[in-house]
Design a protein around this ligand. Structure first.
Ligand code: SF4
Length: 305
């Protein structure tokens, strides 16, 4: 993710952007803001620090002040003052998009043979390049189509996939894993678009609501530090509630947050007697035979068990 973002800058493919906002999710991401400032001195660059201690009473106040600082800088950049109504309107629109994605995720969990992960991922990822209004229309259209889409029963195993929350695998790799025999019931692809697990209130102080939602109603992630929740226990509960057969821990090469969490997942899965397969990938990988063979072997070992 870091390499490809820098590469986009160095090959002049970020020139259409008015600015770049970086964040503190890991050491490489933390340093990327200064790397950008040094290499692209004319680029508008901002940096947001997320709270590291969500059990502190001050975490919401702190995050609210960070959001307000960024909003102020964005207002300077665009020359437009952002009112509370503007923020609430935006929250309401993104709530709608997130709710549609939640519905599609719920549908895929029940019908993985009808809505494949390759298709669902494409629908979610489209939100990165469409306006939120266009994305809502696309998701609504998809929601209607899947109701009558035919599916074919397959000899697959049912899995939960975790670890791909930041750098994204290629669509071909996702396809290769499905083709190798996985019905993916839940995943953490493109997690930022689905960050909040319920609607954020859109009728109050919008910035405050977003800070509260970050603390109280957002997903578990390797880059969010919330000592109130145990990632391993949550994964086991997720497997049980989805009636999954196994877990695929699919982590980008050299991703420290993902690899650190693998230790937590591994222990929890072993204790709960849930089989798992660890898969490493790179963003620009184009040969999938090795991963496909590993997944096929894993699937066969479970089907023949
Ligand atoms: S893929 Fe992992 S190491 Fe790379 S920026 Fe994302 S969280 Fe950081």
């Amino acid at each position: 993710m870091i390499k490809s973002t820098l590469e986009l800058g160095l090959t002049n493919r970020l020139q259409d952007f008015d600015g770049m906002v970086f964040h503190s999710i890991c050491d490489p991401a933390r340093n990327l803001a200064s790397v950008f400032k040094r290499n692209f001195p004319d680029q508008w660059v901002e940096y947001i620090h997320f709270p590291q201690n969500l059990i502190s009473d001050s975490s919401v106040d702190y995050l609210e002040s960070e959001y307000r600082r960024i909003l102020e800088r964005l207002s300077e950049l665009t020359g437009k003052e952002v009112t509370n109504d503007d923020v609430n309107q935006s929250i309401a629109l993104y709530n709608r998009a997130r709710s549609l994605m939640r519905d599609l995720y719920a549908f895929r969990r029940q019908n993985p043979q009808v809505l494949t992960t390759k298709e669902l991922y494409t629908l979610v990822r489209a939100g990165h390049i469409l306006t939120v209004e266009e994305h809502i229309k696309l998701l609504e259209h998809a929601q209607r189509l899947v109701q009558t889409k035919p599916g074919h029963e397959r000899d697959h195993i049912r899995v939960i996939l975790v670890g791909s929350f930041c750098e994204q695998p290629s669509l071909d790799l996702i396809n290769a894993m499905e083709e190798a025999g996985l019905d993916i019931l839940d995943d953490d692809f493109a997690l930022g678009r689905r960050w909040f697990t319920e609607d954020v209130p859109a009728d109050r102080d919008g910035v405050r609501s977003l800070a509260e939602a970050y603390r109280d109603s957002s997903v578990t992630s390797s880059v969010k530090h919330d000592s109130r929740r145990h990632k391993g226990e949550e994964l086991v509960a997720q497997v049980k509630s989805a009636k999954a057969d196994a877990v695929i821990v699919s982590v980008p090469k050299f991703c420290e947050p993902g690899l650190f969490d693998y230790a937590i997942y591994r222990r929890a899965l072993l204790e709960a007697n849930i089989p798992h397969l660890f898969v490493e990938y790179e963003e620009k990988m184009w040969l999938f035979d090795k991963v496909q063979t590993e997944v096929e072997t894993f699937v066969e070992s479970l089907l023949l068990d």
